[in-house]
Write a protein that binds this ligand. Structure first.
Ligand code: FES
Length: 125
């Protein structure tokens, strides 16, 4: 389980050295998640249309290592965009990956940008 989690480290926008083309805007549902694969990583991508924002994070939920976060429900708490895991409803900030239930679990988040209808996710390598 550690090995799976170790693949995922938060990337800050200024640190990204690779911008991977994840797809077209229309490839991703609005206000829900889609999943892409980059090398050995599964990345959940959220077109959070209600906020006019996009987010990317690891697809693996750190609670039971299920690859499910892309199927979670998006929402906001105190104006923080969040994702609720569909399995046991643990919720994570899509901004910094912190757990909003006050637990230790956290997720890696990745920078994302949309240029002329194409969606790019930033990685370190
Ligand atoms: S597997 Fe995600 S909350 Fe349990």
């Amino acid at each position: 389980m550690e090995e799976i989690l170790n693949q995922y480290k938060t990337v800050h926008p200024n640190d990204a050295t690779i911008w991977f083309k994840a797809g077209q805007v229309t490839d991703f549902p609005t206000n829900r998640g889609g999943c892409i694969k980059y090398k050995n990583k599964q990345i959940a991508i959220f077109n959070f249309a209600r906020r006019n924002e996009w987010y990317a994070c690891q697809n693996a939920c750190p609670h039971k290592m299920e690859m499910v976060l892309a199927r979670g429900m998006t929402g906001s708490t105190d104006d923080i965009p969040k994702i609720a895991c569909p399995m046991h409803k643990k919720t994570f900030s899509l901004v910094d990956g912190s757990n909003l239930n006050g637990e230790e679990y956290k997720i890696a988040t990745y920078p994302i940008k949309v240029i002329e209808n194409e969606v790019f996710v930033g990685f370190l390598e």
